[in-house]
Design a protein around this ligand. Structure first.
Ligand SMILES: Nc1ncnc2c1ncn2[C@@H]1O[C@H](COP(=O)(O)OP(=O)(O)OP(=O)(O)O)[C@@H](O)[C@H]1O
Ligand SMILES: [Mg+2]
Length: 276
């Protein structure tokens, strides 16, 4: 079956993309027994170096090269790297700093988009704009999309780790906030050496495993969804279209005085398995 593709991205630098990519790869590999590939799109190669240098736990590591000759070439080279890097894995994780020169079409190729962000007001506001701008384009293009956008509170101080992060993203059906990745003291003891999910510091491992479990659960949901035949999706879409057309007729009927304004919209339109 086609692998589940996860993108870890934000246009902001230094938000924890590479740290989360490398450690999530390790969590899925070690704690969930999943075949994982890590595709590092960033020139610094932070996450790929981490996974290379730390004890070999079987993560397939790929360094991707993007071509910036033209926007078409950038998209083509990104898609090529994603396809090649995902071969043979159950889950691929792509670490990428978002740049406007990359077409949003590339983001649409993923099942899950993880957007790490600090909880500071400035950074959160810029993350909200980033997510909203993308979501508007994505869901306009694919109204029955199954893609999930997961905002990851990153480097959160332990004392604030249980606090809810208020965002302006709750209007989006397909956007959730994950459990936080807490700020780890002595981070350099981990970088290139070890992984959070198996840390001797129980707080570090417990928090990261909680985050990892949340993602693993979404991966399972996406895996099940991929097994749903396309014909079922098309039939859902045609039911939705039919209901909308009945609704349109009803509205026209009201305008023309065929139905009275007080007559309620038929309830059967809102029943069944199709969400409006
Ligand atoms: N949970 C954490 N606890 C402590 N320090 C962290 C944590 N996550 C990341 N850092 C540190 O924050 C800095 C930025 O992290 P990282 O390189 O993962 O971010 P990034 O978004 O990939 O950055 P870039 O945009 O440069 O690729 C690094 O110095 C990293 O060691
Ligand atoms: Mg990075």
């Amino acid at each position: 079956m086609e692998p589940i593709k996860i993108l870890v991205t934000n246009q902001k630098g230094g938000v924890g993309k590479s740290t989360i990519s490398a450690n999530l790869a390790a969590y899925l590999c070690l704690q969930q027994g999943v075949k994982v590939s890590l595709i590092d799109f960033d020139k610094q190669g932070s996450s790929s170096r981490w996974a290379h240098k730390a004890p070999n736990i079987g993560i397939q590591v790929h360094q991707a090269e993007l071509s910036f000759q033209s926007s078409g070439m950038t998209l083509l080279s990104a898609r090529n790297a994603l396809r090649k890097g995902s071969i043979g894995s159950d889950v691929s994780i792509s670490d990428l700093t978002w740049m406007p020169s990359i077409s949003e079409d590339f983001m649409m190729d993923f099942d899950l988009i993880l957007v790490p962000t600090s909880t500071s007001k400035f950074e959160l506001a810029s993350t909200e704009i980033f997510v909203l701008q993308y979501a508007l384009k994505h869901f306009a293009k694919f109204p029955i999309s199954r893609q999930l956008i997961l905002v990851v509170p990153s480097r959160v101080e332990r004392e604030y780790s249980s606090a809810n992060m208020p965002t302006n993203l709750s209007c989006l059906d397909h956007c959730l906030i994950t459990p936080p990745v807490i700020r780890t003291d002595h981070i350099d003891q981990y970088v290139y050496e070890d992984f959070f999910c198996v840390s001797n510091d129980k707080i570090v491992s417990d928090y990261f495993c909680q985050f990892g479990e949340f993602i693993a659960d979404k991966v399972k949901i996406k895996t099940e969804e991929k097994k749903t035949p396309v014909s079922k999706l098309i039939s859902n879409l045609s039911i939705a279209t039919k209901k909308l057309s009945i609704l349109d007729h009803f509205r026209i009927g009201r305008k023309q005085g065929i139905h009275s304004v007080d007559q309620p919209i038929p309830q059967y339109l809102f029943k069944g398995d199709v969400k409006h």
